[in-house]
Design a protein around this ligand. Sequence first.
Ligand code: FES
Length: 575
Amino acid sequence: MSDDATGMRKGLTSYGDAGFSLYLRKAFIKAMGYSDDALDRPIVGIANTFSGYNACHRNAPELVEAIKRGVMLKGGLPVEFPTISVHESFSHPTSMFLRNLMSMDTEEMIRAQPMDSVVMIGGCDKTVPAQLMAAASANVPAISVVTGPMMTGSHKGERLGACTDCRRYWGMFRAGEIDADEIDEVGGKLAPTAGTCMVMGTASTMACMTEALGMMMSGGAAIPAVAADRLRHAEAAGARAVAMAANGPTPDQIMTPKAFANAFRVLLAIGGSTNGLVHMTAVAGRLGIEVDLEALDRMGEETPVLVDLKPSGQHYMQDLQNAGGLITVLRELRPLLHLDCLTVTGRTLGEELDAAPPSWPQDVVRPMSDPLYPQGGIAVLHGNLAPDGAIVKQSAASERLMSHTGKAVVFESQEDLANRIDDPDLDVGPDDILVMKNAGPKGAPGMPESGYLPIPKKLATAGVKDMLRMSDARMSGTAFGSIVLHITPESAAGGPLALVENGDMIKLDVPNRRLGLLVDDAELERRRAAWTPPPAHEGSDRGYLKLYLDHVQQAGEGVDFDFLTKVADGRKTPV
Ligand code: FES
């Protein structure tokens, strides 16, 4: 059986006799009721991530039906298969801990089972990156379909969006501005429909970046989960996957350095989640492409934030869809994009833009001449506190804190923070800098979204809304505040963050992209000599936790496992 076998002949199970392997496979698949005619068709796999634990994927079953319809309309055989499904709030210790596991599951199921192309249903934060990582490694023609954003809720006449308003209302509750009954009432309205968080959080960011990358059918990022258009988009993806089964393109032909540059351009222009950087770094790493943080920072300086969505702005994803979806953003960015990049449709990004309907007056996507912020949302920092980099989302931060020197108030871990942050005796003032250690890829483990350190209760009740906070953790894309993230190397790996002590002065200088610990080198050397790593995590001697801790890399490598990243081939992005 040749390597370029297709359909049921593809990737036969080893019984030593290829003819017998195919005979046995067909014997078993016939128990599903398929005819020989059906089994001779091109096979389109459908990665079904429905799970009773994943409300963001509640509509996956109807998307599967729509994709199947599209496949069959074009004469293919759709075959759905399950993979791990990861939801943010149902993943202990963190969803990031499980992203790589999901990517391995998805990659191996695409490889192991006979399929000529695959449609992958993702949505919640980690699922789309895991699937793109899998597609990059398996390199079978693949299309990403997302479940789509939720519709907004409403409380006392005010629109509500998960989870920017989850955090805002929780902050109000902590500050004593609303009572327990009201916070409970709001909790029932924050996620009112199927779909993903409807602000420009990680799920929306990844959907937009995936469309810009070319791995999603044009127009698919912002269609609400409950809209009929979402099903038509899924049907079109199924139909397209049949053509891709015969002629590609393959993921490596789509996901080039230029295509990643388009995705990063969009990340900056939409004021997207900082997680988009980590995830796309991991996807690019699967193809041997390195992310050049300095080039990304330069790109940020010349890319304005155009999309007026929470948490940086005021609208929600359904408003972006009503404004024309991501196409409206891409049209504005056109002079800055690589228009010759191939997409899953077989057309280039430029051809997709030419084919899109004309724009109409709207106030969600600003023109380049009147941006929401003149520079992109994310700045890359370096300095003796972050030799391998750190980031800050300027568009979600207080401008006055972007050049700030303050006294460090240090928490050794997430647990230490939880125990002391609301202590009335905590020695902290509004100009101090909250510093949390041991919340990086290895430290937590799983680099949780705990970088959004809460304002100490005694300051919150006194009216302090924002202060400078920093850690080696990540932050939800739905969060808002002056927060330095992804400090690399992380504390648990012995990075300089591990050496920070209470009372040290730290200087943040975003205009010059510097993050400095104002402690002299001799003192830092003394502290380094005395440093010991944190105690081993419970259960770290076996299973997936051991695999994870032995192989997880830092934020600069996308927090992927070293054995999954492809050896760098010299290509860099953004270009
Ligand atoms: Fe799934 Fe926000 S929790 S997208």
